[in-house]
Structure formats: C-alpha cells, structure tokens
Design a protein around this ligand. Sequence first.
Ligand SMILES: [Zn+2]
Length: 275
Amino acid sequence: MANNINLQVYHGVEATVNAYIFSDNESVILVDCLRNSDEASKLAAQIKSLNKPLTHLFITHGHPDHYTGMHVMKQEFPDVQIVVNTPEIKEDIINFSTWMESVGWLEKEPALKPKTDANPNGFDYQANIDILKRGKLVLAEGAEIEAFSNYEAAECEHLTTLYSKDLKAFFANDFVYNGVHPWLAIDTQNIQNWKQQLEEFAHVLEQDLTIYGGHGKPGDISVFNTQLKYINDFEAVVAEAKSREEAMQKMQELYPDYTQADFLLVYSVNAFVAE
Ligand SMILES: [Zn+2]
C-alpha cells in the first residue's frame, strides 16, 4: 500500500519556476523556493495554511530562481532545515550568490548577500545549509522521496532529480522546462550531456510516471522527447541565424506558446549568436 503523501505544485511567476510542497498528516517538506522574496512570502503563507511543521527546505541546485526565497523561509519557519543533496551543490549556491553580489544582482535581495567579515549580518550559507543524509527526504509518517544528483553537468553544473514511488512521480528538475524557453546559455558540452540524459530518462524511467519539471507544467513521459526536440531546434536555429533578432523570431515562431522569451530565451540566443 502506498504511504500517505500529498503534493501541491506552486507555479511561480518570475522565470516560470516551480516550488513543490509535499505533506502528510504531520509534516511538510518544501522543494525549492522561487526567484524573489515577494513570491516566497506567498509560498510561505500557503505552507502555513497547512498547519503542520515545515521540516525541510530542499534546494535542487545552485541557480537563484530555485533558492532566492531561502532567507524568507528561514525567517518564517525558524526550525526548518535547509538541505541540498551534495556538498558540490552547496558550493554552487555559495559561488552563485558571491558572484551575484559582485555584479550588483543582490541589491534587490540584500538579505541574500553572503555573510562575510565585511558584512556580518549577511546570510550564513555555510551554517544554514546542510547536506541531506542517505539521499532521501522523509515525511513524518514515513513516505520517502529519493534524491539523485549523479548527472553530468547540463543546465547547471549539478542538478538533483527526485522520485516518489507513492506519487508515481519523477521530478526532473531543470532537465525539463515544459512550455517554457529553457536556459541554454551554457557550454556546448553541457548541452550534449543534457540531450544524452533526456534520451536516457525517456528510455529508462517507468513509462506511466508523471513528470514534473523545474519550470512549467507537469506532463507525461513524452516531455523528455519534447525537450530534446526543442534543444535540437535551438541548435539548428542559432547555427543558421544571421542575427540575434532572426534567432529570437525563429524560436518564437517554432514555440509560440512558450513563456520566458523575453528573459531566458534572450540569454540563450545571446550566448550563441554574435551581435
Ligand atoms: Zn531553473
């Protein structure tokens, strides 16, 4: 018999990024926490309305659209344990925040500026982020969510997928953007790794799972091939395009319903097409 486990998907607005709320009768676990503090506060209110303790905030990878709400969660739920799957992911988060501060990106989110000798009131990433034990998140009544990070560098250097046998669900993290232009401003080797991993997911995973991506709506097993086709299309378009405008236009013609053309697609195109 399946263990008791409920899932609420919180679809964030900025970057069309998702947060996932798992609960049973006695506890709540949150996976990722959105791109800005305002949205994270709304997410916190939704969790509070469940009237159960939030035991863990699990961060899937070191991109800020998945962890910017971290300090809000720590403030609203002082007892929450913030966890990642590997030490490398903790390093990714610290490195990204340090870089964001150096280029002024954290002026809008000053509470996320890293704690240093010069900024003693900053966010203490070292002390506040722990490494998950035994590679699984466990709700109070016993349902388990398994975490996997043994992937080659792709959309991010280190990503984490999750699997719930009870929900018959696979959380593909940022290997899948469903109906959303993906972040492709990455190494060509990372793109090849990404494509290879998508093929593997499509073949190896149980075919009746529900697939939840890091961005966009959930889907069935076909989302992996859809993502693969998108990346192949993107590679063909940027290889042929004579200008950034042309590449933008072609991708939007091919994917007219996809969100984030004005943000994620712009960065991806600019990384591959010269001005
Ligand atoms: Zn993301």
